[in-house]
Design a protein around this ligand. Structure first.
Ligand SMILES: Cc1cc2nc3c(=O)[nH]c(=O)nc-3n(C[C@H](O)[C@H](O)[C@H](O)COP(=O)(O)OP(=O)(O)OC[C@H]3O[C@@H](n4cnc5c(N)ncnc54)[C@H](O)[C@@H]3O)c2cc1C
Ligand SMILES: Cc1cc2nc3c(=O)[nH]c(=O)nc-3n(C[C@H](O)[C@H](O)[C@H](O)COP(=O)(O)O)c2cc1C
Ligand code: SF4
Length: 433
């Protein structure tokens, strides 16, 4: 044997899989302490994998004397130029892996292995000139004036790539705060790594000097004055109305959307009794955020599985800690109605049950596209593209993919004087030759 490359767990077992492809609860370089005794016992090179996300994580593993080399997996999906960035050969921030495990989940579901931070993985558009277009001379032709409406991840990704390709771009955000749903997405335990989805884009957009205007409620006059060739509509989503009749509910029960809860967790006091309707990813993450603040929680889910959209390694761990802390997780549950301070439910094939709602009734039943601006955009006559949640409420992968693709395609759209873009995207074969 010439060397030992160490990993953990096994993907053949749902219980052990998380030790191999770790969720964010595992610290950076998590397998290094287990590698150290092996490294000390042998005279051949030892390599170790596991949550090496940034170059300093690799340095820390090496400095601890746990291994001679590091193995880097997911960090290279998220940013295939990680090594050259780490060694300063490419001067651009690293797109950090957020340990969401969507890549592995997709593999398990026999889909393509895509990446939330790098949806272009494995395609020609993953090449450096499309991933970091600001590092290359802007295409000579096809320069467009583009207005991006919405300062969430989708809008910021579009702005990053548009500016990098040499377009004249400005971002207008309606609120006085950027990031869209990012603060909600990072509010629950073990979600802090997700912030990297935002920081990479925002840091780059700032470095490129893209004008970003806050508190702008765009009207027709403002759009016409800006005179864009194209509008990228990235206005995200908003909470949908509760899907059940609440007229019989006691006014002692507070009705909230999960977004309200996550944006004001300070309001949660120990002992608060909460029923959450909807056990998708947002519902169970909201339960987790409430759990750590001492609330007593019931989650009602129609399907036979909670957090269906979450990668299994992350989901299993989250479900285990919710159950261990006494959160009542009721699947295959139909809500028949609410009356007074009680909710009537029926589990699959079971009798009708009446449960106390508690102090709060929280809906995590999904958002709907935020398209209030569409009438104004259409009235302007400017061609437009809807991206991210305002096209279809989804996830960061879709938001980033949409923003990236919309920006790359902008070279091809017509300018205001009707001239079609002359610069076209270079095909892989041409680039190689
Ligand atoms: C609790 C929670 C957890 C989540 N966790 C994950 C996760 O772990 N992984 C994942 O992939 N996805 C997750 N998501 C989903 C993800 O956050 C969204 O899919 C993503 O943020 C959508 O990005 P967006 O830019 O399209 O929209 P948004 O983030 O909604 O941004 C839209 C922006 O447009 C602004 N805007 C609205 N109207 C106007 C207007 N007229 N003019 C200008 N600006 C306007 C809004 O103020 C907002 O800033 C989560 C969502 C929630 C709520
Ligand atoms: C999509 C995907 C597929 C993987 N397939 C295997 C595999 O077939 N065998 C294996 O031993 N490890 C596999 N792994 C685990 C990685 O090799 C690595 O040990 C693990 O992801 C932890 O390192 P990282 O944090 O650098 O990604 C896989 C990981 C991912 C994300
Ligand atoms: S999909 Fe998520 S876990 Fe997989 S490499 Fe990308 S950011 Fe990391």
């Amino acid at each position: 044997m010439d060397g030992i490359d160490l990993s953990g767990g096994s993907n053949e077992s749902p219980q052990l899989s998380k030790y191999c492809i770790q969720p964010p609860s595992f610290p950076r370089g998590c397998l290094a302490p287990h590698a150290k005794p092996i490294k000390q016992a042998v005279r051949i090179p030892v390599l170790v994998a596991g949550r090496i996300v940034e170059p300093q994580d690799a340095e820390a593993v090496l400095a601890s004397g746990s291994a001679d080399f590091v193995s880097v997996g997911r960090a290279l999906y998220a940013d295939p130029h990680w090594c050259n960035k780490a060694f300063g050969k490419i001067r651009a921030p690293i797109r950090r892996c957020i340990a969401c495990n969507v890549c592995f989940e997709r593999l398990t579901l026999e889909k393509d292995v895509s990446c939330v931070q790098n949806p272009m993985i494995g395609t020609e558009f993953e090449a450096l000139e499309y991933a970091e277009p600001q590092l290359f001379p802007a295409p000579a032709a096809g320069r467009r004036r583009v207005l991006v409406l919405g300062g969430g991840v989708a809008g910021m990704e579009a702005a990053r790539v548009l500016k990098g390709r040499g377009h004249d771009v400005e971002v207008w955000e309606k609120r006085n705060q950027l990031g869209g749903q990012v603060p909600l997405a990072v509010a629950s335990p073990d979600k802090a790594e997700v912030e990297a989805v935002w920081t990479y884009r925002w840091e780059t957009v700032q470095a490129l000097g893209v004008p970003v205007r806050l508190g702008v409620d765009a009207d027709l006059e403002a759009i016409c004055t800006f005179a864009p060739d194209h509008i990228v509509v990235a206005t995200g989503a908003k909470p949908a109305a509760p899907p059940i009749d609440l007229s019989g509910l006691s006014n002692k029960v507070r009705v909230l959307h999960a977004w309200d809860v996550l944006s004001d967790l300070e309001a949660v006091r120990p002992g608060l009794r909460v029923t959450i309707v909807g056990g998708g990813m947002v519902g169970v993450e909201t339960a987790d955020a409430l759990r750590v603040r001492g609330a007593s929680i019931t989650v009602l889910e129609r399907q036979d599985l909670m957090a269906v959209g979450m990668a299994r390694n992350n989901r299993l761990e989250l479900m285990e800690r919710l159950a261990a802390d006494g959160v009542a997780l009721i699947t295959e549950c139909r809500i028949l109605g609410v009356q007074g301070e009680r909710v009537e439910i029926q589990r699959k094939g079971g009798p009708v049950e009446s449960l106390p709602v508690g102090d709060w009734l929280v809906f995590a039943t999904g958002p709907k596209p935020q398209r209030d601006i569409m009438e104004t955009v259409q009235a302007s006559g400017v061609p437009y593209t809807c991206i991210g949640d305002c096209a279809v409420p989804g996830d960061f992968l879709a938001a980033i993919r949409d923003g990236w693709m919309a920006a790359l395609l902008m070279d091809q759209v017509s300018s205001r004087n009707g001239r079609a873009g002359e610069e076209r995207l270079v095909k892989t074969e041409e680039r190689k030759s």
